[in-house]
Design a binder for this molecule. Structure first.
Ligand SMILES: [Zn+2]
Length: 353
């Protein structure tokens, strides 16, 4: 089943998520103390900076304990609240844990939005005093949207999925070419993002991808895959939303405008669905059901050995792919491999500050 089909199937399922938001009678038998415990994660505001810092610290301690602390961490900075929060804490903790830190901005070529985001990211990197690198795909996203206009209208091509492919490819390529196995890429994925991936996979029946690697996905030298880190993996989005005010007070700007291509992205609907499930589970004394499920899936991951024999090297760029014709999705999106132009296709790159 193609990813697009999976996506539209998941979309349809979640369109009906409002069914679950109908009021549920409260349980009169639930003791007051227990109710307080269930609600605690959503009410505490004053300890949010400490809560997030502790989560990032414990993440770094775990890396250290497992002997996986990279020499260099590149934080993928988009200017949004999540990646800015990651950059903020990783910058604070870099001397204590002994890694070098830089930021990477991927200028996708979304009219106005990309250039405005770049300005914000430059201000953040300068304020945090970390070097910023900017990479651009050789074909800007708006050009891909023009080329695929008909397929997008027909629902056969999802621009958010293409954007994800470009970002993941360029993050890994940048990190691998600059730091190899000594480097790692850190992203701002939070617990709600991970839960939405998990639920999306459940509803699209991608059973094999259900166990998630958790906050640390080790790299693979043979496949030219950089280690990927998610320091906010166990932090709820609501906490980061609250933390935005602290970032602003610290003089860090945040990109407030939404990507113009975001419309139709099912993630927001899936997150609303998860909120509904969570409300239901709390009412029925099944506290934090979605996060318990996520913990279970992370715990399951080491016990499942996935068959990686389908992984091949892209015959154009050399990075891993599962495509039958051995040309990766990124190379296809960029139109590489046509008229023997592939050798000329180099990702444009520049360093700021
Ligand atoms: Zn390729």
């Amino acid at each position: 089943m193609s990813k697009d089909n999976e996506g539209s199937k998941a979309n349809k399922l979640f369109e009906n998520s409002s069914l679950l938001s109908s009021p549920v009678p409260s349980s009169p038998s639930l003791p007051k103390r227990q109710l307080k415990r269930h609600r605690r994660p959503f009410t505490s505001k004053t300890n949010v900076p400490r809560h997030i810092k502790r989560r990032v610290q414990s993440f770094l301690y775990k890396l250290e304990a497992q002997n996986k602390m990279p020499k260099h961490i590149t934080v993928a900075l988009s200017g949004g609240k999540d990646s800015t929060t990651v950059a903020y804490f990783l910058a604070q903790l870099k001397d204590r844990f002994g890694y070098e830190l830089s930021a990477l901005f991927i200028q996708l070529g979304i009219p106005t939005f990309s250039s405005k985001s770049r300005e914000v990211v430059e201000a953040i990197a300068s304020k945090l005093d970390i070097p910023l690198h900017v990479v651009k795909p050789e074909k800007p996203l708006h050009k891909i949207v023009e080329e695929k206009a008909e397929e997008i209208r027909a629902g056969r091509f999802k621009i958010c999925a293409a954007c994800g492919v470009i970002k993941r490819y360029l993050m890994n390529k940048f990190c691998w070419e600059h730091f190899g196995k000594d480097g790692a890429i850190a992203t701002g994925h939070n617990m709600d993002d991970e839960l939405s991936f998990l639920f999306r996979n459940i509803f699209s029946q991608s059973g094999v991808t259900l166990p998630t690697k958790g906050p640390i996905a080790p790299g693979n030298e043979e496949e030219k895959l950089c280690t990927r880190l998610k320091p906010l993996f166990w932090v709820r989005e609501a906490k980061i939303e609250t933390f935005k005010d602290v970032l602003k007070k610290e003089g860090l700007p945040i990109v407030e405008t939404e990507c113009p291509f975001k419309e139709g992205n099912s993630q927001a609907r899936i997150k609303a669905f998860i909120d509904d499930v969570e409300k239901l589970s709390r009412r029925h004394k099944l506290s934090n059901f979605p996060s318990s499920l996520l913990k279970y899936m992370v715990g399951l991951s080491p016990h499942i050995s996935l068959d990686r024999s389908w992984r091949k090297q892209c015959k154009i760029c050399g990075y891993p792919t599962s495509a039958e014709d051995s040309v990766c999705t990124y190379c296809k999106l960029m139109g590489r491999g046509k008229n023997g132009r592939e050798a000329q296709n180099k990702v444009r790159q520049s360093k700021v500050g």
